[in-house]
Write a protein that binds this ligand. Structure first.
Ligand code: MLT
Length: 389
């Protein structure tokens, strides 16, 4: 007779759980991050408050190696990433051939596939590091080529975030831009195993497509307005509010809701309290851009919207999420075209997804990584079979 304890029941699936987007279903384990509904995301047990003042390379190291680096290990990773950052010139040729009216995320998907065609190693861990290094070069080139400018070469002497700001090369950026990009990067890197883009990327990789094709699919998932493109939509919403005065903001928000519109930047699929990523950005915005009209508007929205949303008992989370503030700060930092905001989300999220894909493909004790994803769908409402004639 076996003495092993029976496996713990984590979740009882009933018919009511079907067709709910797998919301809350335990699917697997995740070593990089975890999302607590009240406290928000932690990376390998560290809160964003613990990590947000660190160089980006330290956090990349954490997600890849599951512990923080010593100063020497961090410097070695900085150099390692800098030396991997060059992109095959054929990738830029592919980008130059793309229609300018495509969205930057469509360019990113094409760019990732081109990166794969010109540089994959078929070693999941190597490809994860390569893509984390090359994504800055690719994303910066997307910014520049779309505007008819030449890509700027990576500068191996700079930190990860400084190098990215250098390669975007916007004219007269505020001194604070690399600092915000560093924070933006750290905050958006990972959000548990089940956010749509990460889940999709891991599912594609489970069929043993390569890292780049998996990330291309993940970025297609991120492109949707219910996921990553919400940051672009949120800035349009903030502009639509058109005032930072509490009374005017309240009136406009109520009108938008009455018209059946969406209040972008509030609520979340998992979180049930204010997103720590929003908190960090409100603080940054108040410190650096207190007189900026858009910043003042998002600060008023933070006070006004939760009260209004709480009037609806069906709303489980009336609080700001990561997208509530980023568009206002990016505009203040000189990144004025919101079409690029999801691209920046992708620039960062690729790190967490690549780390999670590498973890699932090299899972301890599984020679060939975790099995191919194959959830069950229940047959329902299928019309009865008819016979011809
Ligand atoms: C996020 O960063 O908030 C997401 O990717 C959305 C999610 O967690 O489902």
């Amino acid at each position: 007779m076996s003495t092993e304890a029976p496996p713990k029941v984590l979740f009882e699936v009933t018919e009511a759980h079907l067709d709910t987007g797998l919301r809350g279903y335990p699917v697997g384990t995740c070593r990089t991050s975890s999302v607590d509904p009240d406290k928000g995301v932690t990376y390998v047990g560290y809160t964003l408050e613990d990590l947000i003042e660190m160089p980006a390379e330290h956090v990349v190291y954490l997600l890849v190696n599951k512990h923080l680096p010593s100063a020497d290990q961090a410097e070695a990773l900085r150099r390692n990433l800098a030396h991997r950052a060059a992109v095959d010139p054929r990738v830029f040729r592919v980008l130059r051939a793309l229609p300018k009216d495509g969205h930057p995320m469509e360019w990113l998907i094409a760019g990732l596939n081109a990166l794969g065609m010109t540089g994959k190693t078929h070693d999941w861990k190597e490809d994860a590091l390569n893509v984390i290094a090359r994504i800055s070069t690719l994303v910066a080139a997307i910014f520049r080529i779309r505007e008819g400018r030449r890509p700027i070469e990576p500068d191996v002497s700079l930190t990860f975030a400084e190098n990215f700001a250098h390669m975007i090369g916007i004219e007269n950026p505020p001194d604070i831009l690399p600092e915000y990009l560093r924070k933006f990067y750290i905050m958006h890197m990972d959000h548990g195993g089940g956010n749509l883009s990460t889940f999709v990327g891991k599912a594609i990789a489970s069929g043993k497509a390569d890292m780049y094709a998996s990330l291309g699919g993940a970025m297609a998932a991120l492109y949707g307005p219910r996921h990553g493109r919400a940051n672009q939509e949120c800035l349009a919403f903030v502009h639509e509010i058109g005032s930072s005065q509490p009374k005017a903001v309240e009136k406009r928000v109520r009108e938008i809701l009455a018209e059946g519109g969406v209040v972008y930047g509030f609520g979340h699929g998992v979180l049930r309290a204010e997103d720590p990523r929003a908190k960090i950005q409100y603080k940054f915005a108040e410190e650096h851009f207190p007189d900026n009209e858009l910043v003042k508007t998002v600060l008023t929205l933070r006070k006004v919207v939760p009260k209004i949303l709480k009037e609806n008992p069906r709303i489980q989370n009336p609080y700001p999420n990561v997208d509530a503030v980023s568009g206002a700060i990016m505009t203040a930092c000189g990144l004025i075209d919101p079409e690029y905001y999801t691209l920046l989300f992708g620039w960062s999220r690729v790190a967490g997804i690549a780390a999670q894909i590498a973890d699932e493909r090299t899972f301890p004790g599984k020679k060939d990584g975790l099995p191919i994803y194959r959830p069950k769908y229940v047959a329902k409402n299928q019309p009865p079979r008819t016979t011809k004639g």
